[in-house]
Write a protein that binds this ligand. Structure first.
Ligand SMILES: Nc1ncnc2c1ncn2[C@@H]1O[C@H](COP(=O)(O)OP(=O)(O)OP(=O)(O)O)[C@@H](O)[C@H]1O
Ligand SMILES: Nc1nc2c(c(=O)[nH]1)N[C@H]1C(S)=C(S)[C@@H](COP(=O)(O)O)O[C@H]1N2
Length: 200
C-alpha cells in the first residue's frame, strides 16, 4: 500500500547531552550519600522524551573547581544543558552562583526569579537562595537549590506557578541546541506556536 497523502512520520527525538552537577562538601566526601544526582537524573528521565546522555559530577563547594567543571562539561563534553544542585545559599562556602557567573557569556535572570517565587510556596527560606542561570556558548546552565526535594519542586512548580523547566526547551531552541520534547504529565514545555513541531 502506498503512503501517498499520509502525514510524514515525525522524526525520532533528537539526542541531548545533559551535565548534572551535585555540589556538596559532605556528599562529595562521603559524610552522607549524594541524593542530588539521582534526583536530577530521575526527574529529567521522567520529563524528557529525548534520549539523554548524562554527564554526572559530584564535587565540593570550591569556586574554581565548580567553574572548571562547568567549562569542561560545556566546552569538552559538549553538553546542551547543565543543571547544578547545591551551594546557592548565603553561607561562606556557598559559591555556586559566583562560579556559574565566572563562566557565563550572558545571564538569564528570569530563571532565578521564577525559582524563588516557586520555592516560596514550599519554604519561607526560598529568599536565601541565590541561583542564577546563564548561557555559555550553545549551552544553558541553571543552578538549583541543594535540598534534594527542591529539585523536583523548582523544575515542576506547583498548581499556581509553572516550574522553571517549562522554559528550558524553547531557550535551548533559541541558543542552537536540540529540540527537547517533554512528557506533559511531568512538565508541559512552553513554546510559542510558530516554534512548535507537530506533536507525536
Ligand atoms: N547532595 C546532597 N545529597 C543529600 N542531601 C543533601 C545534598 N545537598 C544538600 N543536602 C541536604 O540539604 C541540606 C541543605 O543543603 P545545603 O546545600 O545548604 O548543604 P550545606 O549545609 O551547604 O552542606 P554540604 O555542602 O556539605 O551538603 C543539607 O544539610 C543536607 O541535609
Ligand atoms: N524549592 C525549595 N527551594 C529552596 C529550599 C527548599 O527546601 N525547597 N531550601 C531553601 C534553603 S533553606 C536555602 S539555604 C537555599 C539555598 O540552598 P543551597 O545552599 O542548598 O543551594 O535554598 C532555598 N530554596
Amino acid at each position: 500500500m502506498s503512503d501517498a497523502g499520509a502525514p510524514a512520520a515525525a522524526p525520532p527525538p533528537e539526542p541531548v547531552r545533559i551535565g548534572i552537577v551535585s555540589i556538596s562538601d559532605r556528599a562529595s566526601t562521603g559524610v552522607y550519600q549524594d541524593q542530588g544526582l539521582p534526583a536530577l537524573q530521575d526527574w529529567l528521565g521522567a520529563a524528557l522524551i529525548n534520549p539523554i546522555s548524562f554527564q554526572p559530577r559530584l564535587i565540593p563547594d570550591e569556586r574554581a573547581l565548580i567553574a572548571r567543571t562547568l567549562r569542561e562539561l560545556v566546552d569538552d563534553a559538549g553538553c546542551d544543558l547543565v543543571l547544578t544542585t547545591g551551594g546557592t545559599g548565603p553561607s561562606p562556602r556557598d559559591v555556586t552562583p559566583e562560579a556559574t557567573l565566572d563562566v557565563a557569556d550572558r545571564e538569564l535572570p528570569g530563571f532565578g526569579e521564577q525559582m524563588r517565587q516557586i520555592s516560596l510556596h514550599f519554604v519561607p527560606t526560598a529568599i536565601l537562595s541565590r541561583q542564577v542561570a546563564v548561557i555559555r556558548g550553545k549551552a544553558l546552565i541553571v543552578n538549583l537549590p541543594g535540598q534534594p526535594k527542591a529539585i523536583a519542586e523548582t523544575l515542576s512548580g506547583h498548581d499556581a506557578a509553572p516550574g522553571i523547566f517549562a522554559a528550558v526547551p524553547y531557550c535551548i531552541d533559541l541558543i542552537g541546541g536540540p529540540y527537547l520534547e517533554t512528557r506533559d504529565d511531568v512538565c508541559a514545555a512552553f513554546r510559542p506556536k510558530n516554534a512548535r513541531r507537530p506533536a507525536r
